[in-house]
Design a protein around this ligand. Structure first.
Ligand code: Q9C
Ligand code: ZN
Length: 341
C-alpha cells in the first residue's frame, strides 16, 4: 500500500491543559515518526511526498474565513507580543453572540474553536496544511486508479468542522479528501470513522447530504469526549436523513462488541454502494491508550483491517488519533496489513 508522508508535522508540537496543568499535547510528533518507522520496517510499500494544493481545496468543506483565520492566527497572536502557544479560552455558548466575528485574536480563537485542545504555534499552519495535502495526495492516487492509500496525517482532522477546530484537529483531512473524491467524479463516498472519539467534524460537514454516508464507532458521548455529539439518534437531516450512523459503545468495549458494530457499519456501507471509502483511522481504541477507554489488542487491529478489506472498495486511510506512542506503529500498520490480507 502506498503511504503519503511529510516531515512538516514536526513544525507542530503544542501544549494542552491536563488536569489543570499545562503539558505537551498527547498529540505529539513521535506518533507519526513511530508509524512511519513501522511502515518501513514491515515493507508496507512505497512512501511518497504530498503534492501542493491551493487552500481553495480546503474551502470546499471549510468556510473561507475559517481557513484564513488558521493561516493568520499565529501572526496575529505574535503581533500582540506573546510567544507561547495560543489557546482558546472563551466560547460563544448558547445565548452569547456568535453572529459577529471578533476582530481581536483572543476572541477569534474562541469563535473558531470547540475546546482548548488546539494550540496554535509558529509552525501550526505549515503542519496543518501539509497534513491536509497528504489526504488530497492519497485521494489523487485513488482517483488515478490505486486500490488503496494511507495518508499519514498529523495533526489529525476528524473533530474539525466547517468553521471550528477542536480536539487536536484544525483542517478535516478526511472530509477534504471525501469532497475531492466527489469533485473528481465519484457519485457517492462513505466516510467511516474508527477513532475512539466521535468524528463530529465529518458528521457536521456532511449531515445534510446524501452523497456522503458518515459512520462512526466511538466511546459513548455520555461519558467520552466530545460529549456533545455522537449519540445514536443523530441520523442526518434534510436530504441527509438516513445517511449518518453513530455507534456509541460503552467504556471497556473489546473486540467482540466492537467487531459486531463494525460488521454492522460495513453492511450499511456495502448497501450504500459507494465509489470509494475513506477511513478515519484512529487507534486510540487500543487497551493501553492513555486518554481512551476501549480494550482492543494489537491483533484486533488486523481483524479490523480485514473487515474493511472485505468491502472490496477503493479505500483511503487517513490517520487520526492514537496516543500510546510505543504501540501506535504496530496498531496502525496492523490495520493496513489486515486490509491487504
Ligand atoms: N484539553 C483525537 O483523537 N481531550 N482527538 C481533551 C482538551 C481531547 C482526541 C483535550 C481528546 C481529543 C483526534
Ligand atoms: Zn481520538
Amino acid at each position: 500500500m502506498l503511504t503519503i508522508y511529510s516531515d512538516a508535522h514536526h513544525l507542530h508540537h503544542g501544549c494542552e491543559l491536563k488536569d489543570g496543568v499545562l503539558m505537551p499535547c498527547f498529540e505529539q510528533p513521535g506518533r507519526a515518526d513511530t508509524i512511519l518507522a513501522r511502515v518501513r520496517a514491515m515493507g508496507l510499500g512505497p512512501v511518497a511526498a504530498p503534492g501542493e494544493y491551493d487552500s481553495a481545496r480546503y474551502a470546499r468543506v471549510h468556510s473561507a474565513r475559517y481557513v484564513r483565520f488558521l493561516e493568520q492566527a499565529w501572526d496575529e497572536w505574535a503581533a500582540t507580543g506573546r510567544s507561547h502557544d495560543a489557546l482558546p479560552l472563551i466560547w460563544p455558548v448558547r445565548d452569547l453572540r456568535s453572529d459577529i466575528e471578533p476582530e481581536f485574536i483572543d476572541g477569534k480563537l474562541g469563535f473558531y474553536a470547540m475546546d482548548a485542545g488546539v494550540a496554535i504555534t509558529a509552525g501550526t499552519w505549515r503542519a496543518v496544511s501539509a497534513s491536509a495535502n497528504l489526504a488530497l495526495t492519497g485521494m489523487d492516487a485513488l482517483l488515478a486508479g490505486e486500490s488503496s492509500a494511507f495518508a499519514l496525517c498529523r495533526p489529525p482532522g476528524h473533530h474539525a468542522a466547517a468553521e471550528y477546530m477542536g480536539g487536536y484537529c484544525y483542517l478535516n483531512n478526511a472530509a477534504i479528501a471525501v469532497q475531492s473524491c466527489l469533485d473528481g467524479g465519484a457519485r457517492r463516498v462513505a466516510l467511516l470513522d474508527v477513532d475512539y472519539h466521535h468524528g463530529n467534524g465529518g458528521q457536521s460537514i456532511f449531515y445534510q447530504r446524501d452523497d456522503v454516508m458518515f459512520l462512526s464507532l466511538h466511546g459513548d458521548p455520555k461519558s467520552s469526549y466530545p460529549y456533545f455529539s455522537g449519540h445514536r439518534d443523530e441520523a442526518g437531516a434534510g436530504a441527509g436523513l438516513g445517511f449518518n450512523h453513530n455507534y456509541p459503545l460503552p467504556h471497556g468495549t473489546g473486540w467482540p462488541a466492537y467487531g459486531e458494530a463494525l460488521r454492522h457499519a460495513c453492511g450499511r456501507v456495502a448497501a450504500y454502494a459507494p465509489d470509494a471509502l475513506v477511513v478515519s483511522l484512529g487507534v486510540d481504541t487500543f487497551k493501553e491508550d492513555p486518554i481512551s477507554q476501549f480494550r482492543l489488542e494489537s491483533e484486533d487491529f488486523l481483524r479490523l483491517g480485514e473487515t474493511l478489506g472485505g468491502l472490496g472498495l477503493p479505500t483511503l486511510f487517513v490517520m487520526e488519533g492514537g496516543y500510546m506512542v510505543d504501540d501506535i506503529g504496530v496498531n496502525a500498520v496492523n490495520v493496513l496489513m489486515g486490509f491487504e490480507g
